[in-house]
Design a protein around this ligand. Structure first.
Ligand code: HEM
Length: 382
């Protein structure tokens, strides 16, 4: 897929895929412009999807799929509850969860990084943050898996059949979340759900359905992407032993290394938008009502933005990657993702003195999610 990006940036930076019914955009300046202009490049797709009550309910509070002014209300209220302080306060809990997961594999010479750590960690963190009881967590895992199916990762609009299948899961999830929210309305705790219920800005509050959509989005958005990022850190260090050695010698380089992994192996490869009017991008006029895939993963390798873009450099500064998006939809969970992966990596480096990627790794379709689905590692315990 990286070769495809390079070829397209050089020959066809804006390209119409008639069969798939989408426009691809590969250059970093064009990608950034698309993400900056929400009036022309909308994040609302409901008009293109078969109507489905359960899906509509689920999407009502989904900031990612809203345009201004609704986006502003949801985002501001959600940000009021999901503050940098709330995230920083999670550090101790993340520490405990990561330790527990590593303790469970203690001494094993071969582990699956994804199943044993990278997948459960973000799911447990977000479930704890929302106040979901531990016994209900596996259910959330199942819901998340069925909603984040491969075809929905490539950013195409789901068809009627897929929408129906999603609606079944969303109905269950909506009902569960509604119960949870009502319990918190009646008896608030200090979890994020209670904070979302209480959040108020200029006399505005979130209603139940808006909270359902936001909770659903948090569970989905925070889960596969963070798993992918942690697996990508290990894959990059395996490919670049000199970087792994530098990191072991200087653990303070870890945050910079994580940023470089975000750039080098971009977890969420495209962002999707819908044109609201005819618009000129590069040498093409894209008509209104078209789906545009803005390839973050390609922008992150654009030679016009990065010197030696194909070199993995844990000390790259500045590193203006677009892996968390750009503009009004910039990832709300970026501080949490960075924190989880940093803590997990500190523990991995302390506990495993040698790590090598074993046979049997499985990867997601790189045109959607860039990351491992299964990552067997041979490790030596310190
Ligand atoms: C939005 C990537 C982790 C919550 C986004 C966007 C990207 C992104 C690219 C913008 C999409 C667009 O504009 O179309 C990532 C990556 C992650 C990650 C690469 C991990 C490495 C998380 C986590 C959470 C989260 C842990 C929450 C727990 C959100 C939310 C939005 C968002 C709520 C929507 C914001 C809005 O529309 O205003 N993310 N994300 N993400 N992300 Fe993340």
């Amino acid at each position: 897929v990286l070769a495809w990006f390079r070829r397209m940036r050089a020959t066809e930076p804006v390209s119409h895929d008639e069969q798939a019914g989408v426009w691809h955009v590969f250059g970093s300046a064009d990608v950034e412009r698309i993400l900056s202009d929400s009036a022309t490049f909308s994040s609302e797709f409901s008009s293109l999807m078969p109507a489905q009550e359960d899906v509509d309910r689920f999407i009502k509070g989904n900031v990612l799929r809203k345009d201004p002014p609704q986006h502003r209300k949801l985002r501001n209220l959600a940000s009021k509850a999901f503050t940098p302080r709330v995230v920083a306060d999670l550090a101790d809990r993340i520490d405990v969860i990561a330790d527990e997961l590593l303790d469970a594999m203690a001494g094993a010479p071969r582990v699956d990084l994804v199943a044993d750590l990278a997948y459960p960690l973000p799911v447990i963190v977000i479930a704890q943050l929302l106040g979901i009881p531990p016994e209900d967590r596996p259910m959330f895992g199942r819901w998340a898996d069925s909603l984040v199916a491969p075809e929905s990762q490539t950013g195409f609009i789901p068809n009627a059949e897929r929408t129906r299948a999603m609606a079944v899961v969303m109905r269950e999830m909506n009902a569960y979340c509604l119960d949870h929210i009502r319990r918190r309305r009646a008896h608030p705790t200090d979890d994020l759900t209670s904070k979302l219920v209480a959040a108020e800005l200029d006399g505005q509050r979130l209603d139940d359905e808006e909270i359902i959509g936001f909770v659903g989005l948090l569970l989905l958005a925070g889960h596969i992407t963070t798993t992918a990022l942690l697996s990508n850190v290990i894959l990059c260090l395996d490919e670049h032993p000199e970087a792994a050695a530098a990191l072991r010698a200087d653990p303070a380089a870890l945050p910079g290394a994580i940023e470089e992994v975000l750039r080098y192996r971009t977890p969420l490869a495209p962002s999707m938008r819908r044109t609201t009017r005819d618009v000129r991008i590069g040498e093409h006029t894209v008509p209104a009502g078209q789906i545009v895939l803005a390839w973050l993963a390609s922008a992150n390798r654009d030679e016009r933005r990065f010197a030696e873009p194909d070199r993995f450099d844990i000390r790259r500064t500045p590193n203006p990657h677009l892996s968390f998006g750009h503009g009004i939809h910039f990832c709300l969970g970026a501080p949490l993702a960075r924190l989880e992966v940093r803590i997990a990596m500190e523990k991995i480096l302390a506990r495993w003195s040698e790590i090598s990627v074993g046979d049997g790794a499985e990867h997601h379709d790189a045109r959607g999610i860039f990351g491992a689905r299964r990552l067997p590692l041979d490790v030596r315990w310190a």
